[in-house]
Design a protein around this ligand. Structure first.
Ligand SMILES: *[C@@H]1O[C@H](CO)[C@@H](O)[C@H](O)[C@H]1NC(C)=O
Length: 414
């Protein structure tokens, strides 16, 4: 379900609702007071508009302020010159300290136990002695629920952000900020637990590679939650240009997955924030009844959905490798989202490896979601039967970390 939001933006243009000349004035002083008040109001509006224009100028998009409150950059001495928007550059990947800590202590945390053993991976959340970050992680869980609620209730009065972005102005992106202080403000109690990627703030890479609530309640609902994945839509919006195309590649695209595919939740999430996919390429190995697929694709995706009922392959020269299609048809200006979950560990790992090996792909892809099948005890009842799992939880943490360092915000998928 895509929200068609009709509520207009009402903030501006309110100005003067009463005409002072209509007011019957009994004394001269009252008239004077009125004039002064109206004058002040008009000046305020003028100043407000001016500062807004200044803020919209792209000059200082680069660094995110270290403090969580306010960002009165105020810069922009040349408000009349037209400067093309500069895409944000967050610099090299900055992992949250807790992410680095866990990576450096995989041995102590017993996350590097190799197959054929299976490794419990919830200790960081459930054992207060496991890391020095235990208390902050509890705060993080609370803040994450709050964030999810904000996301759930979020609405914007425009359909497609790109229509409101020009070559010179992406101030519209402020509309998709959940908090004026940005993501950091929403996670201020546990602030150092966010990582900074090439698409803005993201969740830290941590076991159990699912929502933390899964450690406390292994319900199917918690298993399939995707709202532990943080999206900095403000940053993502500022990466858009008016001509950017928006693409989702879904490898392992069955739409019948325990009822509803979580990828539909992901598509809905993006659309809620004003990102609509021009093309969705859904690759699926298992042969599906075309009538059933047709019925399962939500009608609002009819114009964008491409159902490709063949399996993907890792051969870089094959037209069944979706990365070939991306490289030959799209550019870094486009917004490209990739989801990989084909339940064949060797194949998906080979495909994922191409993100590390091919710098062109890291320029193209803006978010990567990957269900990496490893020897994680909590998921053994689902993964235990799939042949070919050869890597450990530590391998997975390292791999995602490396992909992020290459410039692709990678997330554990469900
Ligand atoms: C966004 O663009 C549309 C179409 O150009 C326009 O009608 C609408 O007023 C704009 N919305 C805002 C909030 O600027």
């Amino acid at each position: 379900m895509v929200n068609r939001l009709k509520r207009g933006a009402t903030r501006a243009n309110r100005g003067e609702e009463r005409n002072p000349s209509d007011v019957i004035e009994s004394t001269k002083t009252r008239r004077n007071v009125c004039i002064v008040v109206v004058g002040l109001a008009l000046t305020t509006i003028a100043i407000f508009r001016m500062t807004r224009n200044l803020k919209i100028l792209p000059s200082t998009l680069v660094q995110v302020p270290k403090t969580s409150h306010s960002s009165p950059d105020g810069g922009g001495s040349n408000s009349n010159k037209k400067i093309p928007i500069k895409l944000p550059d967050f610099g090299p990947y900055q992992p949250a300290p807790v992410e680095t800590y866990v990576l450096e202590h995989v041995k102590e945390l017993k996350l590097d136990v190799p197959m054929p053993e299976w490794t419990p991976s919830c200790d960081v959340y459930t054992d207060s002695q496991s890391t020095p970050y235990h208390a902050q992680l509890q705060d993080f869980i609370v803040e994450l629920e709050h964030y999810s609620k904000l996301v759930k209730d979020f609405q914007i009065p425009i359909k497609d952000l790109r229509r409101n972005i020009t070559e010179f102005d992406n101030g519209i992106c402020d509309l998709v900020q959940l908090h004026p202080g940005g993501m950091q403000a929403l996670f201020s109690r546990s602030r150092q637990l966010l990582s900074l990627s090439s698409s803005g703030w993201v969740e830290p890479l941590l076991p159990p590679m699912r929502h933390a609530q899964y450690c406390f309640d292994t319900s199917r609902e918690n298993l399939m939650r995707i709202d532990y994945i943080l999206h900095d839509f403000h940053a993502l919006c500022r990466k858009l240009k008016p001509h950017s195309r928006t693409i989702l590649v879904d490898m392992g695209a069955s739409l019948r997955y325990w009822g509803k595919s979580p990828v539909l939740d992901l598509i809905q999430l993006y659309s809620k924030f004003g990102f609509h996919f021009d093309h969705i390429y859904g690759y699926e190995y298992e042969k599906h009844d075309p009538d059933q697929v047709f019925n399962d694709v939500p009608q609002n995706l009819d114009a964008s959905y491409h159902w490709i009922n063949v399996g993907v392959v890792s051969d870089t020269q094959s037209r069944r490798n979706p990365f070939k299609l991306l490289q030959e048809n799209y550019s870094p200006d486009d917004l490209i989202i990739v989801k990989l979950d084909v339940d064949t560990p060797a194949l998906e790992r080979e495909l994922a490896q191409q993100l590390l090996d091919n710098p062109k792909l890291s320029k193209l892809i803006d978010h990567f979601y990957f269900e990496h099948h490893v020897n994680q005890e909590e998921l053994k009842r689902y993964w235990g039967r799939s042949a070919g799992i050869s890597e450990s939880v530590a391998d997975s943490l390292r791999f995602f970390h490396e992909v992020r360092k290459k410039g692709i915000p990678a997330h554990f998928w469900v």
